[in-house]
Ligand binder design. Sequence first.
Ligand code: GLA
Length: 383
Amino acid sequence: MIEKINQVFEEKFGDATLLVKSPGRVNLIGEHTDYNDGFVLPAAVDLGSYFAVALNNENKFRFYSYNLEDYYETSVNAYEKSEKRWANYLLGVIAQFFKAGKTVHGFDCVFGGDLPMGAGMSSSASLETGLAFAIDQMEGYNYSTYDLVKLSQKAEHEYAGVQCGIMDQFAVMHGKANHVIKLDCRSLDYELFPFEMEDQILILVNTGVKHSLAASEYNKRRQECEAGVSLLQKFDREINSLRDVSSDLIRAHKDEFEPVIYRRCAYVVEENLRVERSCKALEQGNFEEFGRFMYASHDGLKNDYEVSCPELDQLVDLAKRVDGVLGARMMGGGFGGCTINLVKKSAVAQFEKTIRENYKTPEGDSPEIIKVTIDDGTRPVLI
Ligand code: GLA
């Protein structure tokens, strides 16, 4: 794909000075924990976004979307949020450089990708982080990867309107082939765990349901968690986020909570523990145990955090029917998108057959079944 993007750049603008690949991500476990200062276990994948860029001396930002065959340009001095949703992911990043007191000179950009959009694989973070990386390289700013991650996250907050946590942008930037990232979302310390795929693989199944409810419900979940923290602070002033809350503490105060808020917060507390326990299972090479935590995570997301949907639940139930599927759960913000399945190699054919025979997308199509490999994070590409 990068060759194609480069070629289109040449046709439209001349020679590109930089090519970048920015991956999508999966998350093995630790959902809706990142904005609660908790733990997550994502990995960058082989699918992603590709950019060809060059400064243009025209005082203009000119973007061409290869997938949408759509063009957008604006003058450097007059850029603002656009009616074109896709352009906002890019403009949002530029805006953050300016906010930080840096100049971004006019440049041309052709970009495209092979990530399904709105499927919970962080196509937006892949775009934001990829462009942030490209601008940093073109301008020679030498931002740290941490700063680029934070800048990309802010772009999502301000231009896409989702108050997302740090997981997606972090995983996209810091991914490493064959490893999952255990990220502490408070300190941003991280540890890489080898994720062996000799005997089992990761398969995503796309419900085909676009997560359109996600932005408003997502922001609402954040507020519900904050409400829980305010309540618990009355009992312990050291509590700054749900990360600081133990299972015992929250259980002890159950009656003081509104039931919905309690379920939201209890889920987050448990999910953080599951990430810790899943990492122990990984260290022991115990994928069966790891898979059970994935199923438990889905149950919590479905019943307590209430961010699943019937299609995701159906796919998880189908996965459970197949011997050799070790674990399955919804992935990402929820309300649509993909499930992630940990499947023994010997069971892959049966898994695919079961899914194809029993699940149709809302349009009545067979779902996309995507086998992912774990790959490196955002990087320059030479061709
Ligand atoms: C979206 C957000 C992430 C994270 C997940 C849920 O992908 O962008 O920050 O909160 O949802 O785990």
